[in-house]
Design a protein around this ligand. Structure first.
Ligand SMILES: *Cc1c(COP(=O)(O)O)cnc(C)c1O
Length: 365
């Protein structure tokens, strides 16, 4: 089989998505399936929809376009603030976009009018993680302007935590979002339909909160694909952590000294390797490298250790020689998965398509 590759188990992805949809559904929260880590793969998008997600979110207009062109029928949200230079495309390929700048919403309004469409806007609020978001004190005046803009429908508000700074979504910041929602609704006499409280890092808060207040949507990627929450990278109960594995092929396996021979300067990626003299050791190479994965985000199978990586070589240590041509499977974290999906040298192989008892809708060529 082709290597390197990602073995993508659609049955496990379906299970994870369905489990989360049911669990959050009990609290009145819908799931937006976030497809950016799989480059908007239509096969995966359809799997998420079949599992019951309410809509799809992606950070790249190009991925939303791919889904639209391949006939994925769902509400599509651009979850990164649009580039103003892409306003026409945003209106064409996204039903809704997350926004923080009035100039951008104004450009979307103009594009939507030219295209004879309505475009939905969600205002993102800064609640402390210091990535995207309007400061809470400024939301009211921005909302007032957005409500005036032709061909724009204010769909709701949202926030994003735990991404840049690792701020934990908790009772306090989530209550702040709920209060803001109710205050804005009272001020403008306008119902905000979509209150998007965050990402997979919000699950701990959901599991431990009685009532989620006004929050009625979460945008989930990591929890669905990797079965983990991003705050401490703990496995989530009831979910598979093995839905996606990375497979690479052994191209060398030899006994070599554990210490380099000669004077040492920088290696290919600048860092000095940490060598410990253990005498001769078995060292193997699999054909994958920093161009394809984040080596720090891989977990090797039992008995194999990751020693180093350069652009195209991943160096492994093991107690037994690895057979040339054999395949090694690694668990991936979000960062390794993102890079592997994006590398043109790593192919995707979908496995276990039937296990969830549905036929994948045909994907147009
Ligand atoms: C990537 C992203 C998500 C999904 O995050 P996960 O931790 O993978 O669930 C949600 N919201 C925004 C704005 C994002 O950029």
């Amino acid at each position: 089989m082709n290597a390197p590759r990602l073995d993508i188990d659609l049955g496990k992805i379906h299970h994870n998505a369905q489990h989360l949809v049911e669990l959050l559904g009990k609290k009145g929260i819908a799931v937006t399936g976030v497809t950016k880590v799989c480059m908007g793969s239509p096969v995966i998008a359809n799997t998420l929809l079949h599992a019951g997600v309410g809509g799809l979110g992606d950070s790249r207009v190009e991925n939303l376009r791919l889904m639209k062109q391949q006939g994925v029928s769902a509400s599509k949200i651009l979850i990164r603030s649009p580039m103003i230079s892409q306003a026409d495309k945003v209106v064409r390929y996204a039903d809704v976009s997350f926004n923080t700048e009035l100039e951008v919403v104004s450009a979307l309004s103009e594009s939507a009018r030219n295209a004879g469409r309505q475009h939905g806007v969600v205002l993102m609020v800064e609640l402390g993680d210091l990535r995207e978001g309007i400061l809470p004190v400024d939301v009211e005046s921005i909302m007032a302007s957005v409500l005036q803009m032709p061909n724009i429908r204010l769909a709701g508000i949202g926030t994003n935590l735990a991404c840049r700074s690792g701020v934990i979504p908790d009772a306090k910041n989530m209550a702040e979002l709920s209060l803001l929602t109710s205050n804005l609704e009272a001020t403008f006499g306008y119902k905000l339909d979509f209150i998007s409280g965050g990402n997979s890092a919000n699950l701990d808060w959901v599991y431990n909160t009685g009532a989620p207040g006004r929050v009625n949507d979460l945008r989930l990627g990591e929890a669905i694909f990797l079965g983990r929450e991003p705050l401490h990278r703990q496995a989530l109960p009831g979910l598979y952590t093995t839905a996606i594995t990375l497979v690479a092929e052994v191209i060398e396996s030899k006994i070599k000294p554990s210490m380099p021979i000669g004077k040492l300067a920088q290696s290919a990626f600048g860092a000095k390797s940490a060598h410990v003299d253990k005498g001769p050791v078995i060292q193997s190479i699999v054909a994958i490298g920093c161009q394809d994965i984040d080596p720090a985000g891989l977990r090797a199978p039992q008995g194999i250790r990751i020693l180093d990586a350069s652009s195209d070589h991943l160096i492994l240590g093991s107690d037994r020689r690895l057979k040339i041509g054999s395949e090694i499977s690694f668990q991936v974290d979000y960062s390794a998965l993102l890079r592997a999906m994006t590398s043109p040298f790593v192919c995707n192989v979908f496995v276990n398509k039937q296990s969830h008892r549905f036929q994948l809708p045909p994907v147009a060529a």
